[in-house]
Ligand binder design. Structure first.
Ligand code: M6R
Length: 608
């Protein structure tokens, strides 16, 4: 939700912190701030708006310190004002705190502090942390943070400096991501590797209820109970250019165009044509129980949830497994009653989505076994599941999720194939699926080469205020995902519907002012989709069809046509979603929206 970056070392901290904030801006972007320490002097600035506003504010100041903390905010408690921006400080301005998460008992703590004469200067939950740390500080900053942790309920990733502790940053986490970066000329902490990937790819993950003291020379980790923890740094594969635009105007477009490579990365080393059985090393530790499993529940949010919805159809086609898909935010409140040997698959780009994490914790309590399909290596979900598969898609920075969706679909297909081949799926079917998977990257490339055509369609329709997306079976979730993409970045109202539901209500909306995107590849539902399209056309509705290339019948019927290469029914969603992503992107661009940072959203939703 918010982004944290910290540095302590030999270099000037301010440019490193600002650069880190810019890379984290996708996590939250309504205000920002930093505190940089030089001896017992602390330069402290906050600004409303994007990082560029903070830059303007510090422009005329010579901030020389080589240790500091910085934050970009996505407001939860208190409006996005300068007073509510982080860092927060105590009355004497000795303690400076930045925080990602929510302190749930902050009202009680605040009242107690106020009764003891403490004056608050913001509406945030975070400010209580600054006052508590100040109260408990007796020369040992780590101890003061530890005592504060014992008083607060909720989630946090925090970083703290103290005027009397130059060259020292204390960080702590419970529920919100925080990693330490081990550099050559100093050390880092951040909510996400992208903030420090230019300086180091050696990271140490902090677990829940752990603290670390970071200095120029190293770091020490301990638990909330003051037990020392030894942990070595891991090397991450992300390269600095993964977090650059590389000539694209937006990360979203860059990530859409990266998709052929995303598919290759998801399949690399995992395809085995001979036996038609994919290899997924990450699930081998649980293979003995997984292969016997007959009930799976996929839990996820947003785009990851829609990928799960496609996964349900794929599993039904390829396996004998009974499969359900649940919104993690609802699943966590259900009365759970699993059959024996149920596996829960948590699917998440960030691996930090609070609802998905809460869902797997609840499922664990009820005895389920847990798998993760996660992009961010070492993230909370990857660590809290028994086994899993990484997307290996590199950082996804655009708030609108694109490349991860097709990566998730690919991995679900591989998993279903693997399980199916140990059940009733024949060698021929297995090999056929693998052959079709292998050519997907080129097929996506073919669709991308039609981007200008899709842009022209977007130009024709972007001024319409209400859109409908329709699909059936495998492509029904693509209708929902297409609608989500459009509304999320263009702010156009869009609904994704199962085409069969049309006559149960939505058909009342059809008129010449309502474009419908009909996803109608030549699959087992094609004839039914054609009927639905006819129903729309006979009511003078506008139809943009996404169909199999060369489908002249469909082309004739509709106002605009986007072709996708032919593939298996189960893989059509991977191709069909790409035009939907591009339609959303270009509409948003014509409307001059802030595409990578749409209003009110954040990339990683680490609060409920
Ligand atoms: O990191 P996750 O995959 O768990 O995130 C889930 C959703 O928050 C995410 O997909 C969200 O819906 C995107 N903004 C959609 O583009």
């Amino acid at each position: 939700m918010c982004g944290i970056v910290c540095y302590v070392g030999k270099k000037k901290a301010q440019p490193i912190l600002i650069e880190g904030l810019k890379r984290l801006e996708y996590r939250g972007y309504d205000s920002a701030g930093l505190a940089v320490q030089n001896g017992d002097h602390v330069d402290y600035f906050r600004a409303v708006g994007r990082i560029v506003e903070l830059e303007k504010k510090i422009h005329d100041h010579d901030i020389t310190g080589s240790s500091g903390i910085a934050h970009t905010r996505w407001a939860t408690h208190g409006e996005p004002t300068e007073e509510n921006a982080h860092p927060h400080t105590d009355q004497e301005k000795n303690v400076f705190v930045i925080h990602n998460g929510i302190i749930e008992n902050y009202q009680i703590l605040k009242s107690k502090l106020q009764k003891n004469g403490v004056r608050f200067s913001s509406d945030t939950d975070t400010e209580v942390l600054a006052h508590l740390i100040s109260k408990y500080f007796d020369g040992d900053l780590c101890e003061a943070v530890r005592k504060t942790m014992s008083k607060v309920e909720g989630t946090f990733g925090i970083a703290v400096i103290h005027r009397n502790k130059p060259g020292q940053i204390v960080v702590a986490r419970r529920g919100s991501p925080l990693i330490i970066g081990v550099g050559k000329d100093g050390n880092f902490a951040a909510s996400d590797i992208s903030a420090m990937v230019r300086y180091t790819n050696k990271v140490v993950h902090l677990n829940d209820n752990e603290l670390a003291t970071i200095t120029e020379d190293g770091f020490t980790i301990s638990t909330a109970q003051a037990i020392a923890v030894q942990r070595d740094a891991e090397t991450v594969e992300w390269a600095p250019e993964d977090a650059e635009l590389n000539g694209f105007p937006h990360f979203m477009l860059k990530e859409i165009f990266e998709q052929p490579e995303t598919l290759r990365n998801a399949m690399r080393g995992r395809l085995e044509q001979g036996e038609g059985v994919p290899r997924l090393g990450g699930i081998m530790p649980v293979w003995d129980t997984l292969k016997e499993c007959r009930h799976i529940v996929i839990v996820a949010c947003g785009t990851s949830y829609f990928a799960g919805c496609v996964g349900r159809y794929i599993f039904e086609k390829l396996t004998e497994i009974d499969i359900e898909v649940e919104l993690a935010s609802e699943f966590r409140y259900r009365k759970l009653n699993f059959p024996h040997n149920t596996y829960i698959i948590a699917m998440s780009q960030s691996g930090e989505t609070a609802d998905t994490l809460a869902a797997i914790r609840e499922a664990r309590r009820k005895g389920a076994k847990l798998l993760g399909i996660v992009n961010v290596v070492g993230s909370s979900i990857s660590r809290e599941t028994d086994a899993g598969v990484y997307n290996h898609a590199g950082p996804e920075i655009g708030v609108a999720s694109t490349k991860i969706f097709i990566s998730q679909l690919t991995i679900l297909t591989l998993l279903a194939l693997l399980l199916g081949r140990h059940q009733n799926l024949s060698l021929t079917e297995g090999v056929e699926a693998i052959r079709a998977l292998e050519v997907l990257p080129e097929q996506v490339q073919t669709i991308l080469s039609e981007a200008n055509h899709i842009q022209a369609i977007a130009e024709k329709y972007y001024h319409y205020n209400n859109w409908l997306f329709l699909g059936r079976k495998y492509c029904y979730p693509i209708a929902m995902e297409g609608a989500l993409k459009l509304k999320e970045i263009s702010y156009i109202h869009a609904e994704g519907y199962a085409a069969g539901e049309m006559k149960h209500g939505p058909i009342a909306l059809i008129n010449p002012d309502m474009p419908t995107v009909a996803i109608a590849p030549k699959d087992s539902m094609y004839d039914k989709m054609i009927n639905n399209i006819q129903e729309i056309k006979s009511r003078k509705g506008l139809v943009i069809a996404i169909g199999t290339e060369g489908d002249e019948q469909l082309k004739e019927m509709v106002d605009d046509f986007i072709g996708i290469p032919p593939t298996l029914d189960i893989l059509n969603p991977i191709l069909a979603v790409v035009p939907c992503q591009l339609i959303a992107y270009y509409c948003a661009r014509f409307l001059n929206r802030d595409i990578d940072k749409p209003r009110n959203l954040a990339k990683s939703v680490t609060v409920e």
